[in-house]
Design a protein around this ligand. Structure first.
Ligand code: ACO
Length: 329
């Protein structure tokens, strides 16, 4: 498109499974208690799918709602990027199932693997493709069924995660709004602190590996916590600098919803006020790539942010990967 300055958000949507898993439910499954979970993570409930529900159904629901919000037809979409590490199957890409479910016949479609950073990696890529004029209408979805890789016997991890999907539709704009800056990064040296060892070519699906539950996620919680705060604050500062803005200019900062203590520690480093800090981890737990688009959709629909407001998005996940973005809605 001629004179396209950047990409802007045309609509948002989310899909949250109905079933709620409370801390009291988890007390019956592992040696844990509500007080520990709330104090260490801030999580009170998480929404989880009924077994057999594929990610494509949640991702398609979120995508459809984002298109409705934008007043667009699925036929207008020319690319679907789905950030996920819990797709329906190894291949085809779950984005292709989403394409069929929503009827986006004119779209290319692929999945993007960057764990909790999948949505912001996708947002940066989509912004670049729109700026260059290669694509005009891109659906960026972050979605996970993390309960598919949770070890329900491991109290260190099973209390933290939930399922869900969120989506945005992006299109070109000549106005002074939209995605003002983005930053993404990775450091593979820390891949051993948060990973899912099974399901790939490294560890084949043998009976021994199934017995050892290699398909479930592994995490060194304390180390992840430490790196998350440092990396998120660094990437956010980079995006702020690139956009020529300061934290006090931001109406709201939506950081990856992994743990309330991480969100609070990041807020301290960035000197954010409570009003500038979005929290829904208490209700949804950590939904990985879905957490930011779910929160953004909630914040828009609940009137917490409105057109023209400046919003910061920031994330951190396995890899390690991280990313941030400054957007004028
Ligand atoms: N209930 C009760 N006790 C528990 C539980 C539980 N669910 N889980 C662990 N404990 C125990 C441990 O066994 C340990 O006991 P010990 O001292 O007798 O060995 C004790 O509690 C302390 O465990 P720590 O792991 O040191 O507790 P910590 O305060 O670090 O909190 C937590 C753990 C919540 C995982 C924290 O480290 C954290 O949030 N880390 C960030 C990681 C994260 O959020 N990861 C999500 C994915 S990554 C991402 O999305 C960015």
């Amino acid at each position: 498109m001629d004179n396209c300055k950047r990409a802007m958000i045309l609509g948002t949507g989310r899909a949250i499974p109905e079933k709620v898993l409370t801390n009291a439910d988890l007390e019956k499954m592992v040696d844990t208690n509500d007080a520990w979970i709330v104090e260490r993570s801030g999580i009170r409930t998480r929404h989880i799918v009924e077994p057999g529900t594929p990610l494509s159904s949640l991702a398609a629901e979120a995508g459809k709602k984002a298109l409705e919000d934008a007043g667009l037809s699925a036929k207008d979409v020319d690319l679907i990027i789905l950030g996920t590490v819990t797709g329906d199957m190894k291949f085809p890409a779950t984005a292709c199932f989403v394409q069929t479910l929503i009827g986006a016949d004119n779209a290319a479609a692929f999945d993007l693997s960057a764990a909790c950073s999948g949505f912001l990696y996708g947002l940066q890529l989509a912004d670049s493709l729109i700026r260059t004029g290669i694509h005009q209408r891109i659906l960026v979805i972050g979605g996970e069924i993390l309960t598919s890789m949770v070890n329900w016997e491991d109290r260190n991890t099973c209390v933290l995660f939930g399922d869900g999907a969120g989506a945005v539709v992006l299109g070109p704009t000549q106005q002074d709004r939209g995605i003002l800056a983005t930053d993404i990064g990775a450091n593979g040296n820390f891949s051993n602190l948060l990973y899912n060892p099974g399901c790939g070519s490294l560890n084949m699906p043998t009976p021994e590996n199934a017995r050892d539950k290699l398909h479930t996620l592994r995490m060194e919680g304390r180390e992840v916590f430490r790196h998350a705060v440092v990396c998120m604050s660094r990437t956010m500062k980079k995006s702020l600098k690139a956009s020529g803005l300061a934290t006090e200019d931001l109406e709201l900062v939506i950081s990856h919803q992994a743990n309330l203590r991480i969100i609070e520690a990041l807020g301290k480093r960035l000197k954010l006020t409570e009003k500038q800090t979005y929290v829904n981890v208490d209700r949804y737990g950590n939904t990985s790539a879905a957490s930011i688009p779910i929160a953004l959709d909630e914040a828009r629909r609940d009137g917490r942010v409105k057109e023209g407001d400046l919003v910061g998005l920031v994330t951190f996940g396995a890899g390690f990967t991280w990313g941030s973005s400054i957007i004028r809605l």
